[in-house]
Design a protein around this ligand. Structure first.
Ligand SMILES: NC(=O)c1ccc[n+]([C@@H]2O[C@H](COP(=O)([O-])OP(=O)(O)OC[C@H]3O[C@@H](n4cnc5c(N)ncnc54)[C@H](O)[C@@H]3O)[C@@H](O)[C@H]2O)c1
Ligand SMILES: O=P(O)(O)OC[C@H](O)CO
Length: 331
């Protein structure tokens, strides 16, 4: 199977490395010199310093070359650039091949999920999302993980499951594409909140309360947008929420932790090479809450901190003032 992965960031490179052990895999790297570094030196010093990549993995700096050869196209581009990259390849994608999104976020402005962007830009190509508790560096280090391939067509789901499955990566299927993508996108917002709890040293009880009420919030918004409630209790919801909120490796949690220590968002983002999707997704979640008439107190509070309207300390004090109602959600 010829697989092309677009985007040689930490997750695109990790998935490409895994896939290259069973499939003829090519990864597209945008950064000058990175394709040669991956192919010749088996390193990606920018996004995965200290890790050695398999010598079965090849990279190219030519986006069209990577696209035209593919039998499965995997998109490891963050949401802010996802549509632009698809626009650039639309005339080069071989007919009918599946397009798998690795991204966890929602498009600003349109509020669309990435498989919906694939449907718009590349109609006729079965869209799928690979999502779950998957911290790239752990997987690249050979630690076991479970993930989900979400796509509507059961035959495509089975085929992609077989292609992606590896000994230590357990791939489940799920037909609730909306639920899976929304869990993966919205958990990043809650991870910023959980990171703030760490930075503020408010204690583990408070952190657990915010994570749990965060799950309720993302379930409420996700169900209102067409996801199934049960999906948010699975790998792509609760599972990914746990991995992201608890891991020191999470970029979203890191942003929250630094905000909790009193640092300014631009300074935090300036020193990060990698993306923290939750920063942009928070704004989309708040806009969706407005559209759907949902309270979403945690998302809205995080939005105010990211906008500079309040400090993390004020945010946590404010969350205490929200009246506690019935615990079980309306979904
Ligand atoms: N890293 C992880 O552990 C992980 C795990 C699961 C999902 N994800 C998701 O995968 C997506 C990619 O994340 P990542 O961790 O690989 O990000 P990263 O920051 O490590 O890499 C970003 C990649 O996107 C490319 N890129 C950035 N801006 C671009 C632009 N304007 N045009 C074209 N390409 C551009 C970069 O060249 C790079 O290849 C995100 O949505 C993330 O939430 C990441
Ligand atoms: O580093 P983060 O915060 O982007 O999280 C990475 C993955 O989404 C965890 O599953």
């Amino acid at each position: 199977m010829r697989i092309s992965v677009l985007g040689a960031g930490s997750w695109g490179t990790t998935m490409a490395a895994l896939l290259s052990k069973r499939h003829d895999t090519l990864v597209w790297a945008r950064e000058p010199g990175l394709a040669e570094e991956i192919s010749d030196k088996h390193h990606n010093g920018l996004f995965l310093p200290g890790h050695t990549l398999p010598d079965t993995l090849r990279a190219t700096g030519d986006l069209v070359e990577a696209t035209e050869r593919a039998q499965v196209l995997v998109i490891g581009i963050p949401t802010h650039a996802f549509r632009a990259v698809l626009d650039g390849i639309r005339d080069h994608v071989p007919p009918w091949i599946p397009v798998v999104s690795l991204a966890k976020g929602l498009e600003q402005g349109s509020h669309l999920r990435m498989t919906q962007v694939v449907e718009q830009v590349l109609p006729g190509h079965p869209p799928a999302a690979l999502t779950g508790p998957n911290l790239a560096k752990e997987i690249l280090s050979g630690k076991a993980a479970a993930t989900v391939i979400a796509t509507e067509n059961a035959t495509v789901a089975k085929t992609l499951q077989e292609i992606l499955q590896r000994g230590l990566l357990r791939v489940y299927t799920n037909g609730d594409v909306a639920g899976c993508e929304l869990g993966g996108a919205l958990k990043n917002v809650i991870a910023i909140a959980a990171g703030m709890a760490e930075g503020l040293a408010v204690g583990d009880n408070t952190r657990a309360a915010v994570i749990t009420r965060g799950l309720a919030e993302l379930t409420q918004l996700g169900v209102a947008m067409g996801g199934r409630a049960a999906t948010f209790a699975g790998l792509t919801g609760l599972g990914d929420l746990m991995a992201t909120c608890l891991s020191q490796q999470s970029r979203n949690r890191h942003v929250g932790e630094e905000l909790g220590k009193g640092r300014a968002l631009p300074d935090i983002l300036d020193e990060m090479v990698m993306v923290a999707e939750g920063v942009r997704t928070t704004q989309v979640a708040v806009e969706l809450g407005d559209r759907l008439g949902l309270e979403l107190p945690i998302c809205r509070t995080i939005g105010r901190v990211l906008d500079g309207e309040m400090t993390a300390k004020e945010a946590y004090a404010g969350l205490r003032n929200i009246p506690a109602g019935e615990e079980a959600g309306p979904w």
